[in-house]
Write a protein that binds this ligand. Structure first.
Ligand code: ADP
Ligand code: MG
Length: 335
């Protein structure tokens, strides 16, 4: 468990409380990361811990500093663990007022390269060069993951998002690779769309999208757009996968520093990350219990924090969820 900064620690406290009350069989090793410490010992320790445990739940770690020596902990973790794909399931909650109803879109995002390569330099005074790295290897891995995901989940349509009309080589490689991989999945229809048009289409008619695949920076922008469409930063979770490790976290990766310590942060995104983690660990029953408790709290009881237009506190939401989780786990039979 990497609580991170801002609202991370309080949200992790809720996760622990829900797990404790529900007797959910996961022990957490809590690892603090200090983004302004000198050196990278904290990062190395976190990476070792995740390698040992195979899986992590994570809050966002703020890297406010523009000092080029201080690298983003979030990016470094994903790169070091080779978590090359990010999956965000954006599904509307019927009980939440939002711009569009019945959205069900999955974003699959390259998670380790593109504009996040952190390779920037000032070549001469006043001229900065920033490298966007696209490799056929990573494009292929992400595309295969995406099409396999679509097949496994009975999805019918894939949209490849790019700007290959301008970035002909980098986005061109990503686009061509995804198209080629798509040929191995004839049952899944695929089209492609330029990122700017894609953003417009998303806000005007999101229902045309099913699964979307894109490079790293477009992925973070589009993820935030869709989270905004279904109810904001406090709801959805995101999954980071590689071949060996997985990290679960809130989908929009916000630190929430301005709302920390006020008992108003929406705990749902982190609890959804906990649901994802339980699925990944094979605790299907507990994942379903927690997921259904979240569902009833939001859609039936209408217990909403202020970001969703409600008047409830974070702890109101958590207590309501705990009530359902305890009811459900009490009636579980142990053999
Ligand atoms: P960043 O981490 O990128 O700086 P912020 O922390 O400012 O982003 O988050 C963006 C917005 O989303 C802010 O208005 C913040 O209050 C809101 N937000 C983020 N997480 C939550 C949450 N769990 N509940 C409610 N609002 C949230
Ligand atoms: Mg952010």
């Amino acid at each position: 468990m990497l609580p991170g900064g801002g609202i991370g620690p309080e949200l992790m406290g809720y996760v622990k409380e829900v797990f404790r009350c529900g007797g959910i069989p996961v022990d957490f090793e809590v690892v603090q990361i200090d983004p302004i410490s000198s050196g990278n010992d904290d990062l190395d320790y976190a990476i070792t811990s995740i390698k040992r445990n195979g899986v992590a739940i994570k809050g966002n770690i703020e890297t406010g500093s523009l000092d080029t020596e201080i690298i983003s902990r979030n990016v470094a973790l994903r790169n070091e663990l080779d978590l090359y794909v990010n999956v965000l399931n954006c599904k509307s909650y019927p009980g939440i007022v939002s711009r569009h109803k019945n959205i069900d879109i999955t974003i699959i995002r390259q998670n380790t390269e593109g504009e996040y390569a952190m390779l920037e330099h000032e070549s001469v005074d006043g001229v900065v060069e920033s490298m966007k790295i696209v490799t056929s290897e990573n494009s292929e891995r992400v595309a295969r993951f995406a099409f396999n995901y679509a097949r496994k989940h009975g999805k019918r349509k894939m949209t490849i998002v790019h700007k290959a009309n301008i970035m002909k080589l980098s986005d061109g490689l990503f686009l061509e690779t995804a198209r080629r991989v798509g040929k191995d999945f004839p049952e899944i229809e695929h089209n492609d769309m330029i990122i700017d048009n894609c953003c417009m289409q998303l806000v005007s008619n999101p229902h045309q999208f099913d699964v979307m695949i894109m490079t790293n920076l477009y992925g973070t922008v589009v993820s935030n757009v869709i989270c905004g469409l279904v109810g904001g930063a406090g709801l959805l979770s995101g999954k980071n996968y590689g071949d060996h490790y997985a990290i679960f976290e809130p989908g929009t990766r916000n630190t929430g520093t301005a709302i920390a310590g006020k008992n108003i942060a929406n705990p749902i995104a982190m609890l959804n990350a906990a649901v994802d983690m339980l699925h990944h660990l094979g605790h299907k029953t507990h994942a379903d219990i927690l997921s259904s408790a979240i569902d009833k709290t939001l859609n039936v009881d209408g217990i909403h924090t202020p970001d969703l237009g409600g008047t409830h506190s974070s702890t109101d939401v958590v207590q309501n969820i705990i009530k359902y989780v305890m009811d459900a786990t009490k009636s579980m039979k142990w053999f």
